[in-house]
Design a protein around this ligand. Structure first.
Ligand SMILES: *[C@@H]1O[C@H](CO)[C@@H](O)[C@H](O)[C@H]1NC(C)=O
Ligand SMILES: *[C@@H]1O[C@H](CO)[C@@H](O)[C@H](O)[C@H]1NC(C)=O
Ligand SMILES: *[C@@H]1O[C@H](CO)[C@@H](O)[C@H](O)[C@H]1NC(C)=O
Ligand SMILES: *[C@@H]1O[C@H](CO)[C@@H](O)[C@H](O)[C@H]1NC(C)=O
Ligand SMILES: *[C@@H]1O[C@H](CO)[C@@H](O)[C@H](O)[C@H]1NC(C)=O
Length: 612
């Protein structure tokens, strides 16, 4: 039995759950699509997939997919010219759809058009017409060939485009469409950039909003024994309207870039090629995490996580490389709205000059936890997306979805304790690499594309973790919780509404063994109904009025031992959170089996009134 027990422990510690396809809704391409782009608006069931001379408008239901295909052929002349050049590959002489973005209400579509890019507007989901409005040349928005990676980001009515360097093209970051001035990077700011992603970093102050671009720079003259790649974060301010006639007239005046490291401390083992990046941020706060997918010279892939606060601090405090004079007055690169009456004072010109010649900061961005996430897999990761989940214990968790070279999806929980593979999906009928993924958090869907097909997965597929509480909890899937009444592993309810209602941060209360706590909720209105909720409204309890408080005390089915308890006041259909406490058991950590039978393990004894 001892051996058996050890065997079981090993199993529960190291075995993550492997699912074999349970037929999620999928769409098969009639011919292989080796380059795909995706566009999806959160909260809808429609996925736009850009392929070779074709746009697929796919409508998903839980049972299947309906599709509409919009042909987008390239011009014959462009095709002929491309073939004559035979560059870079004849197979790339077609119109590959590289950009699909909704900018306010304008659906912009761009394609490579056999080496001479073109843009259209997609109208009524069916018709491609010429773009109206202030737009850059299509070759600033879309690459000329699909193997040249590009990034596009639409925010606040403008389109931002980043094109990787290839052949004779330097690569650029531009604002390419919208009411604001169209701007670009200076060529000397970027050294053969290969773009990996972009994200808008929100703040509570509108004028301070920034866009981060993630890329690798490639040193063509590096020696064989030198690492040619350098991972980078570049950033610009959204309020940027360009410089003055003499300096940076059509360029960003707020561009700064930093070096990003991914590897174990200062060791030689570094992953320098940043291939893809995703950012999770709070709605209106400057907080969050950046996940980067990196590879080294041998093609091994890893994930590094960075704190947005760390990056922000570096950009706002670091010295600038090669610039030793003190930075007086306004720091170069800070986001401020251009004063239209200003004609460019001495200080402005000085700052423009600093940005023009010294856009790189000295500080290096290092990952949280110093090293890449420790993922027990050797699979090559080709694509990553991430989600923030508010779990039953009221903690926020990051969940990463990693697509692999073999067409698998790894679902990874990332917490301050490290990374843990929750489950692995092998979904595709053939093992082709995951090319693209899009996540829809509000709807709880993940769209995954390979060259052969597109599928939609459900993020909270809790039913798969078996029929026991133990299996449900051991899965560590933060989307799921055990429902004691239904005796089922279920998706955690009211996630998004719970997030919106969260107003207070829980005060921590240590609960010593053999003591009982009473939680006070100040009563502000006697017209309101006060109730306590535990762990995100999975359970809730009435309270007893005592003076100006509605007190939650011990009762047979109120396990006041651990968890987050929130006092909610409802009045006229509005529900607000008044106060919240996080009870922490001072005893040893509870085992999963105990968690499941908390009701039985109540310890109610000496009463302590806990106030404040
Ligand atoms: C997809 O759904 C939208 C909205 O429900 C509808 O207008 C559109 O016609 C559908 N398209 C296809 C291809 O089924
Ligand atoms: C889009 O639909 C509207 C309303 O049905 C129609 O008036 C308009 O002509 C359509 N536009 C195009 C370009 O087909
Ligand atoms: C985009 O839409 C918002 C609100 O819908 C509007 O305030 C803004 O002016 C629009 N921007 C552009 C560029 O049309
Ligand atoms: C690229 O590598 C070469 C050779 O080591 C080096 O001399 C040069 O400074 C590097 N360029 C940059 C911009 O780092
Ligand atoms: C808690 O109570 C149990 C039974 O009432 C008692 O045996 C135990 O010693 C108590 N523990 C503490 C830490 O007071």
């Amino acid at each position: 039995t001892a051996l058996l027990q050890i065997g079981f422990l090993v199993l529960i510690t190291y075995l993550f759950i492997i699912f074999v396809s349970a037929e999620p809704p999928r769409f098969h391409f009639s011919k292989a699509e080796n380059y795909i782009s995706m566009y999806h608006q959160e909260g809808t069931d429609t996925l736009y997939v850009g392929g070779r001379a074709n746009i697929y408008v796919l409508n998903f239901t839980d049972h299947g997919v309906t599709d509409l295909q919009i042909p987008a052929a390239s011009d014959e002349t462009a095709k002929n010219t491309c073939r004559a050049k035979a560059a870079p590959l004849e197979m790339e002489c077609d119109n590959f759809i590289t950009v699909m973005q909704k900018v306010n209400d304008t659906f912009i579509v761009c394609g490579t058009n056999a080496g001479s890019p073109r843009c259209w507007m997609l109208v009524n989901d069916t018709v491609l017409t010429d773009v109206q409005g202030h737009i850059s040349s299509a070759s600033d928005i879309s690459p000329a060939y699909p193997s040249q990676k590009s990034i596009s980001l639409a925010t606040d009515g403008s389109l931002y485009s980043a094109l990787s360097s290839v052949g004779g093209h330097a690569g650029s970051i531009r604002r390419t469409f919208g009411p604001q001035k169209l701007l670009k990077t200076e060529n000397i700011w970027l050294m053969n950039p290969q773009f990996a992603g972009a994200a808008m970093i929100p703040t509570s102050l509108r004028d301070k909003e920034e866009i981060y671009f993630f890329f690798s720079e490639f040193n063509k003259t590096a020696r064989v024994d030198e690492e040619p790649y350098r991972a980078r974060i570049g950033r610009v301010c959204m309020v940027d309207e360009g410089g003055i006639k003499a300096l940076l007239a059509d360029s960003w005046t707020t561009f700064l870039k930093a070096r990003v490291m991914c590897g174990a401390g200062n060791t030689q083992q570094q992953y320098n090629n940043l291939r893809q990046a995703v950012v999770l941020t709070a709605q209106d706060k400057r907080a969050g995490v950046l996940y980067g997918l990196f590879s080294n010279a041998w093609g091994k892939t890893v994930i590094c996580a960075y704190s947005i606060e760390d990056i922000d601090r570096a950009f706002s405090t670091s010295k600038l490389k090669g610039y030793s004079s003190p930075l007086t007055g306004m720091r170069p690169g800070m986001c401020v709205r251009k004063d239209p009456s200003s004609t460019g004072g001495h200080n402005d010109i000085k700052n423009l000059g600093v940005i023009r010649y010294h856009p790189e900061i000295e500080d290096v961005i290092r990952p949280v936890g110093i090293a890449p996430l420790d993922l027990p897999t050797d699979d090559q990761i080709t694509h990553a997306v991430a989600d923030i989940v508010l779990a039953v214990n009221d903690e926020h968790y990051s969940v990463l979805y990693l697509g692999t070279e073999q067409g698998k999806i790894l679902k990874v929980l990332h917490t301050s304790d490290g990374a843990f593979i929750i489950s692995q999906y092998s979904l595709f009928h053939n093992e082709s690499p995951v090319l693209s993924m899009v996540i829809d958090s509000p709807k709880g869907h993940l769209y995954v594309g390979t060259a052969m097909e597109v599928q939609r997965l459900t993020l909270a597929d809790c039913g798969r973790y078996g029929d026991t509480c133990r299996e449900c909890i051991l899965s560590r899937d933060p989307y799921c919780g055990w429902d004691r009444l239904q005796r089922k592993c279920i998706p955690i309810p009211c996630l998004s509404s719970a997030l919106k209602l969260r107003k207070t941060s829980p005060k921590e209360v240590l609960v010593p063994r053999n003591t009982t706590v009473f939680l006070p909720c100040p009563v502000r209105s006697f017209h309101a109904t006060y109730r306590w909720e535990r762990d995100n409204c999975v359970l809730n309890y009435p309270c007893l009025f005592s003076g100006d408080f509605c007190v939650l005390g011990p009762a047979v089915d109120t396990p006041l031992k651990e968890g987050v308890f929130r006092c909610m006041a409802s009045e006229d259909g509005f529900k607000v959170e008044v106060i919240s406490f996080r009870l922490v058991n001072q005893g040893p950590l509870l085992a999963a089996s105990v968690l499941c039978s908390l009701g039985l393990s109540l310890l109610l004894a000496a009463a302590t009134l806990w106030l404040h």
